[in-house]
Write a protein that binds this ligand. Structure first.
Ligand code: EPZ
Length: 417
């Protein structure tokens, strides 16, 4: 299992270009099943989650080809509508295939992806919405059997603005007869990107970002060439790294509007931000100020996927910060690891109180989830001395060669084994 070795204590300086967002590419790959034509998806980073999604799609009969950062996928002859259990457990996002398989084949079998280190992650909102669209669903022995022969447009109200459920329903609705209206829909930028992709395929989707999405079902869709939005979470991770370690970090190919909640917080934390239309430069030459209170919320609130990284920044800030995690019930696993590095954090239920310390010391720590792992890389780059991070495979799910990225910013990060 590969590990990372970091010699910390240096400021970060340099420029990084952000590639397409993992959480936009995954549903867009799933949506490409909605057509027999080839789809070309550009600027795609080399991530484990994306490779796993392509493996699952190949198992269904999709033809996948990667040339540098361009993926060409063609599902002209789908041979199966059943997602293999072992792969479904490996990749939660395989559940995004449910909607397009029902739209395209009117059938789908997917294993329960199961929980993970950040929470139970149930699927009740997905299944409730699909049932309201006429899908007959049976669950047995950890598998979910869906019969979509009576799939039709419907009015669906989500109990919670679930990103995945919104995306699954949009994709099922794209080829269903009639109109589907999804209320209390997620508003993440990745939802709007999926809408734009389906429309580029000849679909008719509107309202993404407003919380009310309307999908006019189509008899068929055609292929397209598409570049997804840049990864706001990777961009935010690197900005927080600059604010935590000090230095001058420039991020290009970003949409500042997608990072507003983070930029607002960083602006109040003794860092200078120069924000242009597709570029953000952060200069930080001193200890960051604490955040007072940070609560994660669905978009446009502060993203849960940047909470662990913000916690690292607050662990060395002046003052005490309070972090409330409202989205995933156990997204504080990193606290135990940061404590080994000298952080002073106490947790009660969904609230963490972070008392800023002057500095962190290198230690042997382990990543248990994707974003917690990225946060530990920031902590290692900040800490005096050496830090080893076990579980680099978690980080590789969402960050392309994180060691190369941090080295390009002047950090000393090596991959071992
Ligand atoms: C997506 O996960 C992202 N993953 C997550 O990013 C992100 O943290 C999350 O949205 C929230 O923004 C991808 O897009 C591939 P949800 P998803 O359904 O769709 C509960 C990363 O690090 N819920 O919006 O699974 C759920 O338990 C990953 O890139 C139900 O109760 O998130 C959670 O508490 C981590 N029932 C909350 O809703 C359901 O049927 C948000 O989940 C579905 C969800």
């Amino acid at each position: 299992m590969s590990r990372l070795l970091i010699k910390g204590g240096r400021p970060l300086c340099g420029e990084i270009r952000i590639k397409a967002a993992k959480n936009a590419v995954l549903p867009i790959l799933a949506a490409s099943l909605l057509t027999k034509d080839p789809c070309e998806i550009c600027d795609v980073p080399a991530l484990a989650d994306i490779s796993n999604m392509l493996r699952i799609m190949q198992g269904l009969g999709t033809n996948c080809k990667r040339e540098e950062d361009v993926l060409t996928v063609r599902s002209d002859d789908l041979t199966s509508y059943s997602v293999p259990t072992d792969l479904a457990k490996e990749l939660r996002s395989s559940f995004f295939l449910l909607g397009p398989l029902l739209g395209r084949m009117r059938r789908a079998v997917v294993a329960y992806p199961g929980g993970c280190d950040i929470g139970v992650r149930p699927l009740d909102i997905h299944l409730k919405g699909l049932r309201e669209m006429g899908v007959a669903i049976e669950e047995s022995h950890g598998n979910i059997f869906c019969d979509g022969t009576r799939l039709r447009g419907a009015d669906v109200a989500l109990d919670f603005p679930s990103v995945g459920a919104t995306e699954n329903l949009m994709m099922a609705a794209a080829l269903a007869e009639g109109t589907t209206r999804i209320s209390n829909a997620a508003k993440e930028p990745e939802i709007t990107d999926l809408q734009n992709f389906i429309n580029a395929m000849g679909g008719k989707v509107g309202g993404a970002g407003s919380g009310k999405i309307v999908v006019e079902g189509r008899a068929s869709l055609h292929g397209c060439k598409y570049t997804p939005i840049p990864d706001r979470i990777v961009a935010g991770t690197l900005l927080i790294a600059g604010a935590t370690c000090g230095g001058d970090v420039c991020i290009t190919n970003v949409v500042p509007e997608h990072l507003e909640p983070l930029l607002f917080k960083i602006n109040k934390s003794a860092c200078f931000l120069d924000v242009r239309s597709d570029k953000i430069t952060l200069s930080c030459h001193g200890r960051p100020h604490h955040f007072d209170k940070l609560e994660t919320q669905p978009y446009p609130g502060f993203p849960t996927d940047l909470q662990s990284q913000a916690m690292v920044m607050m662990s060395v800030a002046e003052g005490t910060s309070v972090i409330v995690e409202n989205i995933f019930e156990t997204r504080f696993r990193i606290v135990r690891e940061l404590t080994k590095m000298g952080a002073s954090i106490t947790v009660k239920d969904r609230t963490a109180v972070v008392r800023g310390v002057k500095g962190l010391e290198g230690a042997s720590v382990s990543a248990g989830d994707l974003r917690g792992g990225a946060a530990l890389v920031i902590a290692g780059a900040k800490a005096e001395g050496y830090t080893t991070i076990d579980g680099a495979r978690y980080i590789d799910r969402g960050y392309e060669s994180i060691e190369k990225t941090f080295c390009a910013l002047g950090a000393d990060v090596k991959r071992l084994g």
